[in-house]
Design a protein. Structure first.
Length: 196
């Protein structure tokens, strides 16, 4: 684990589902804290500066805008009702597409997978999402195999998770995949969450 510090960016936007971004934020931030902040810089990124309102009114202030954010090594795209507006937002879609090419891994939570589908990034892959948007994902990604009721899918570079709390499972899995199962077990113990 002596590799250079990596950047993990989490996209946030108005009406983002809180646990979709907060779950992965907690997992990766705790992992980093337990490793003396040597391995990751975890940041939030939004289209615009200043506070935004997540679903149910939680006020969140992003660390960066899509204009100022560093190129992430890892990108997390959460879901929520706000993803529907992002499907028509050329600024955000262009940013995702631009940074995706240089990311080691792209992870979606819940309906965040719709944005990957819109960009054609799920073609030929297995993908999952929140159970209420299976059909919408199939419509946006007709060449993808939509896997129903699975916590997450791993396609190598692109990992998709089911809804809301499944983002925690995916994030713990990714800590294990990237840094070893023992690291994932340590984080799971700390946050008192069962490791799959």
């Amino acid at each position: 684990m002596n590799s250079p510090k990596k950047t993990l960016a989490i996209l946030i936007f108005p009406d983002v589902e809180v646990l979709d971004f907060a779950g992965p934020f907690e997992v990766f931030s705790v992992f980093n804290e337990l490793n003396a902040h040597r391995l990751l810089t975890v940041v939030t990124v939004s289209e615009t500066p200043g506070p935004l309102r997540a679903k149910n009114g939680l006020k969140v202030v992003p660390d960066h805008t899509i204009e100022t954010a560093p190129q992430p090594d890892y990108l997390v795209i959460p879901g929520g009702v706000g993803t529907r507006r992002l499907l028509e937002n050329d600024n955000v879609l262009t940013w995702i597409n631009r940074v995706a090419g240089n990311c080691r891994n792209i992870m979606s939570v819940c309906s965040g997978s719709l944005l990957l589908a819109k960009l054609g990034l799920l073609e030929g892959l297995r993908a999952t999402t929140h159970h209420e948007v299976f059909e919408e994902l199939e419509g946006l990604a007709p060449d993808a195999e939509v896997v129903r009721y699975q916590r997450f899918t791993d396609n190598g570079k692109i990992i998709t998770s089911a809804g809301v709390a499944a983002g925690i499972d995916m994030s713990l899995y990714m800590v294990g995949r990237l840094y070893g199962r023992e690291q994932a077990q340590t984080v799971a113990r700390y946050i008192e969450y069962p490791l799959a």
